[in-house]
Design a binder for this molecule. Structure first.
Ligand SMILES: *Cc1c(COP(=O)(O)O)cnc(C)c1O
Length: 474
């Protein structure tokens, strides 16, 4: 399996090469030359596998440059009882014919752990293999940063510089990152919103000289290895949802999936899984008030909003107005033609919008994408309604998913909603919705009260460069 760039300017590379890159050298994103295809027989043969073993099978299709035994050792470490004491990815039914897919059982209580724990293993492995070091520079709206820091803390060859938008994360998210005391973890709070922080990261990684001199790499949501690791739980979720179907009905068993979305990474993995042959009928994108992607899937016009127009909402991990990973889907939509991609990006730069209304029927028909928006009021009402009906308390992002999913349920097709975080991370909104303060374990309480380590900085590339130069892994 080789990887190429959406803009057409990269020699085909191996999985471990793309692992340590952010943007491709031509400014595009790495995509598989061709998606692996899964037959129904192959899917069926995986039904009895534990999660880590399923991950070895699925990731083995993408990471063809890693020997199987090495991969198995890494998936066992990433998805074993140390990180998931009760096992990864439980499914549970809630009201209205919906099923929650539990992706938040890992160390930082959000779905980002699912991919990041594997990335922590495989990046260290790749660096050892080539005898080099890496400085990870990333931007986070909350959950990516803590998942990355918890996956890379204490790793010898790796230093992490994590930018976060000042004052835009919940107290819990801040504590999860800023309380870490590992020498290789640097928290940097940038004035502005998530897009300001992400633009700084992009500026640094497009400076090829600086990037090479300091071994910069990215683990944010454009990282291809993360997408592939996320494909695993779509396969798992389909297997578990179809476990109870009669064996001869399993082949035709379809599910739909709703995904609370921001940077389009999670749902892109679902799109890959569908493209590989996992029987997914509808891929429903749930947005919050920053609903650029809902607008795109409804109208065919993609109009990213400037950082200044990004609203601060009560599902903060989705407060994104420029979805980096959409490029990977657009590449397929535009016939995997780099010339059309480059033209599209020119149009976007020149006019501020990309008009793909001609492709609108294909979005639903050929690709199965549907979408909707959930607001603060919807979020609170949904948290309360689910609690009322089932006793479950869901987090605000998952609530956005549940709200939008309800509009797209079809008779006889299970609707899976990806649970992207645990409610404890977003206590204030839970209290606002249902008047309850969630009890915290002693360990979490201690984390919230611990001393915090963070450097504050304006959104200024020169200052960031200087800081990295002073603290980088050599
Ligand atoms: C990251 C995140 C999202 C958005 O996922 P994308 O892959 O960026 O679309 C949604 N919910 C939570 C809780 C998250 O951490």
């Amino acid at each position: 399996m080789k990887y190429i760039s959406t803009r057409g300017g990269m020699e085909p590379t191996e999985f471990c090469e793309t692992l340590l890159e952010g943007l491709a050298p031509d400014g595009g994103l790495a995509v598989p030359e061709e998606l692996p295809r899964l037959s129904r027989e192959q899917l069926e043969s995986w039904r009895g596998l534990a999660y880590a073993d399923l991950a070895t099978e699925v990731l083995g299709l993408f990471a063809t440059d890693i020997p199987r035994d090495d991969l198995a050792r890494m998936t066992a470490a990433a998805y074993g009882p140390h990180n998931f004491p009760d096992g990864p990815v439980p499914l549970r039914d809630i009201d209205g014919g919906l099923t929650l897919v539990g992706l938040s059982e890992g160390p930082t209580l959000a779905f980002k752990d699912m991919a990041m724990q594997f990335l922590g293993q495989v990046v260290e492995y790749a660096l050892e293999r080539r005898g080099s070091t890496l400085n990870i520079v990333g931007a986070t709206s909350g959950d990516t940063g803590s998942a990355a820091e918890h996956a890379f803390r204490g790793k010898e060859r790796i230093t992490v510089f994590m930018l976060s938008p000042q004052g835009r994360m919940s107290a819990f998210q801040r504590a999860q990152m800023y309380s870490l005391t590992d020498d290789n973890i640097h928290n940097i709070a940038v004035s502005g919103v998530f897009d300001d922080a992400q633009n700084l990261v992009k500026e640094l990684s497009s400076d090829l000289e600086f990037k090479r001199a300091h071994h910069l790499g990215a683990v944010n949501s454009i990282n291809l290895a993360r997408i592939t690791a996320q494909v695993v739980y779509y396969v798992w979720a389909w297997l578990r949802a179809s476990d109870d179907a009669a064996p001869d009905a399993r082949g035709a068993f379809e599910v739909s999936v709703t995904v609370p979305s921001g940077n389009f990474g999670n749902i892109l993995a679902g799109y890959f899984a569908k493209g590989m042959g996992v029987p997914i009928r509808r891929l429903v994108l749930a947005a919050n008030e920053n609903n650029v992607l809902d607008e795109f899937f409804r109208t065919g016009v993609y109009r990213p909003r400037p950082a200044a127009e990004t609203l601060k909402t009560s599902s903060p991990s989705m407060d994104i107005s420029k979805a980096s990973n959409l490029e990977r889907f657009l590449y397929d939509l535009l016939g995997r033609d780099p010339e059309r991609m480059n033209a599209a990006w020119r149009e976007l730069d020149e006019t501020g919008a990309l008009d793909l209304t001609a492709e609108l029927p294909r979005l639903r028909g050929e690709f199965g994408f549907f979408s909707g928006t959930s607001t603060h009021t919807d979020r609170l009402a949904t948290i309360a309604a689910v609690r009322e009906a089932t006793g479950e308390i869901i987090d605000p992002h998952t609530a956005d998913g549940v709200k939008v999913a309800r509009d797209y349920v079809e008779e006889g097709v299970p609707m899976l909603v990806l649970e992207t975080a645990k409610p404890e991370k977003f206590q204030e909104t839970i209290t606002e919705a249902i008047g309850v303060t969630l009890p915290l374990t002693a360990e979490l309480q201690e984390m919230l009260e611990a001393e915090q380590y963070v450097v504050e900085m304006p959104a200024d590339a020169a200052q960031l460069r200087a800081y990295i130069e002073g603290n980088a892994a050599l």
